[in-house]
Structure formats: C-alpha cells, structure tokens
Design a protein around this ligand. Structure first.
Ligand code: GDP
Ligand code: MN
Length: 349
C-alpha cells in the first residue's frame, strides 16, 4: 500500500463514524478563500466538495477575505456550508492598492501593451492587486494571525478523492512548510525580470538562502536563468509562520520595491514557489499525490489504481497532468531523488 495511506482508509469500518475523530487532536489551522461577492455560487461548489471529502469530519474554520465588504447572501450561503466557524475579513486599502513608489504612467503603458499582446489578465488592475495580496498580505490579515496552517481554496475547484487523514497534521508532524498538487511552467511574458529581482535578493540576503534548497527545480543552469517552473498556488497547504518570517517578508518587500507586480504581471504562484524553493530545505516542501484536485484547466488525479480505489476517487487518470510535458512535477521528483508512484508510466498515455 502507498506510504500515504496513513491510519484509517475509507474502506475501514468506522470511516463514516464521526465520533472517533470528534475528540482527536486538531491543528491550529484554517481554510482561506479570497473572493468577490459574485463568486458566491462557485465558491459554494468548492466548499461542498471540501466538506464532503474532508472537513465534515474535522470541522476546521474558514476565513473569507475580500477587498469589498461581503454581502448577506455570501455570508449566509458560505456559513451554512462550512462545518467549522466562518470569519469574514475586509482587506485594508494599503494591502490592495498601488504603493506610492509606483509610476502610474509606466504601469498604465504596460497594461495597454499587454492588452495588445493578448497576455492573459495583462490589462487588469484588480488581478495585479490580487497577485500582490496573495504574495505578501493574506497571511498578515488580522483574522489569520491566530492560525499556524492554512489551506487555500478558490472558487470552481474540485476535490476528486476522499482525504483520509488530516493534511494539516501531516504538515505539522513531518515539519512541512509548503505543499502542492500541480506544477507547471509560467508564461514568460508575465515575469520577464522576476528572476533578476530574485538574484538581487539572493545577493543582498545570502543569510535567507537555505543550504538544502531546491534551486534545481527553478533553474537548469545552476541559478543563472529561471526555467519558469512553479507550484500552482490556487491549491496550497502551508505554514503561516513561515510566510510571516523575516526571510519571506524581506523577499516580498524586495520584490515589491522592484515594482514587477505592476510593471509586469507577477503571479503569486512563481513568487511563493521561488521563496519556498530557495528559503526552505527540500524536505520542507511536500507533494500531495493523494489529494486529487482540479482547477481549470488542469487535473491532479493520483497516480496508482490502489490509491484511487481506496479513496473513492472519481477523476479520470488519463487526465492526470503530472507526467505530461508541460508539468514540472517530473522535475520535482528528479530534484528530490523521489521514486515516481507506481503506474506513472502506464496511466494517462
Ligand atoms: P486565476 O485562477 O488566475 O484565473 O484567477 P481567479 O479569477 O481564480 O482569482 C484568484 C483568486 O482571487 C480567486 O479566489 C478569486 O475569487 C480571487 N479574486 C480575483 N480577483 C479578485 C478581486 O478583484 N477581488 C476579490 N475579493 N477577489 C478576487
Ligand atoms: Mn482561479
């Protein structure tokens, strides 16, 4: 059986009996969702899946964040679906606006050029605020201060298998700080100078670079160039204290000063990934093969029929993205000298 199958599996008697779990240990953890009021029905679907597949047995809290006040419909619908406590936060303006050092004319010109070049979200101001917020501020919101672990959930995502143990507890017991299910290559046009900014940071702050880092995941030439690999951040389970650490904050502030969130269109996925790969030890990053996940247009369907059967998965293994050409997960396995799960070379062909 897979080493990921810990403790009880869905086929064991008692899996649906909530009483055993009710009194078990809980981590200091929360789900977190950034959303607009208009996202209510799409986030409702995501919540229903997370609850059915996992949280109905654990009842973790859920924090919702928005740059505008949540309306009554959003609060009524989401709080009726979440089995834990719900909290609704309004993002302070300074976390969702242009810093004063940004040249507005330059930023506007970039948006026009990117629109011309048909770069996805290239002309959007709100998308840039969103990426900067997810890069540097969500973990510093007042409602997040009391938690140690978070699980990010976006509207319109799917969970295809039962989650048969507590991933927060897994993170805690195995000293993991960051985790992912899908990885891929970033659009180069959205981050032309992100790696230059990263190199500048590495030079200024060698004390933040981990000795056992994952540079090999980011670069194929020893750090000269970025290969565009990143963990897809619409799914994340991570440690908030790491994001609130001096190392991470120094990194974010250095990037923010360089202005690429507005002069380019830096995404929070490459920002989180570069931070994790350079400032954490390899062992602190985790790939959740057994959490089956979909965010348009990519699917992570666990490799291995035994895992999928045990977890009552309803994803099509042919759609698993992990071992396809545009995924970086093979590279992740190589960098970490990990053996690919059984069936990786047979499924999805
Ligand atoms: P994509 O996954 O990169 O296509 O971007 P999404 O549209 O899914 O946005 C990422 C996350 O940010 C989702 O959770 C959205 O609900 C949220 N989001 C995006 N733009 C805004 C915004 O302007 N305001 C708020 N409150 N949330 C936003
Ligand atoms: Mn999304």
């Amino acid at each position: 059986a897979s080493k990921f199958l810990m403790a009880m599996t869905p086929n064991d008697p008692g899996w649906d009996d909530l009483s055993g779990i009710k009194d078990g240990p809980r981590m200091n953890a929360t789900f977190v969702t950034l959303a607009r009021n208009s996202d209510v029905w799409e986030i409702a679907k995501s919540i229903r899946q997370v609850e059915d597949r996992f949280n109905r047995r654990y009842n973790y809290d859920w924090v919702f964040l928005n740059d505008k006040p949540f309306d009554d419909t959003f609060k009524t619908v989401t709080s009726s679906l979440v089995s834990g406590k719900t909290h609704y936060g309004l993002i302070p303006e300074e976390h969702w606006s242009f810093p004063e050092w940004i040249d507005q004319d330059k930023a506007k010109k970039v948006r026009e050029d990117m629109k011309e070049a048909k770069i996805i979200y290239g002309d959007s101001i709100s998308y840039r605020h969103m990426c900067r917020f997810e890069s540097g501020f969500f973990f510093r919101q007042e409602l997040m201060q009391n938690y140690e672990y978070y699980w990010r959930v976006e509207p319109s995502v799917e969970l295809y298998c039962d989650v048969h143990y507590d991933p927060f507890r897994y993170m805690h017991e195995n000293k993991k700080k960051y985790s992912f299910t899908l990885s891929l290559y970033e659009y180069r046009e959205t981050i032309p100078t992100l790696w230059d900014s990263t190199k500048k940071f590495m030079k200024n702050h060698p004390e933040h670079i981990a000795a056992g880092n994952s540079m090999g995941f980011l670069s194929d030439d020893g750090g000269e160039n970025y290969n565009l690999c990143h963990f897809w951040s619409n799914f994340e389970i991570g440690n908030l204290n790491w994001l609130r650490s001096k190392a991470y904050i120094d990194f974010f502030e250095s990037l923010d000063q360089d202005g690429g969130f507005f002069y380019e269109r830096w995404g929070d996925a490459p920002v989180h990934t570069i931070a994790a790969a350079l400032m954490l030890n390899k062992e602190e990053i985790h790939f959740f093969n057994d959490i089956a996940y979909f965010h348009n247009p990519f699917t992570h369907c666990p490799t291995g029929q035994d895992v999928r059967t045990a977890l009552k998965c309803h994803c099509n293994p042919d759609e698993n993205f992990d071992w396809k050409g545009y995924s970086c997960t093979s590279k992740y396995f190589e960098v970490n000298n990990m053996e690919k799960p059984e069936g990786w070379d047979e499924e999805g062909k």
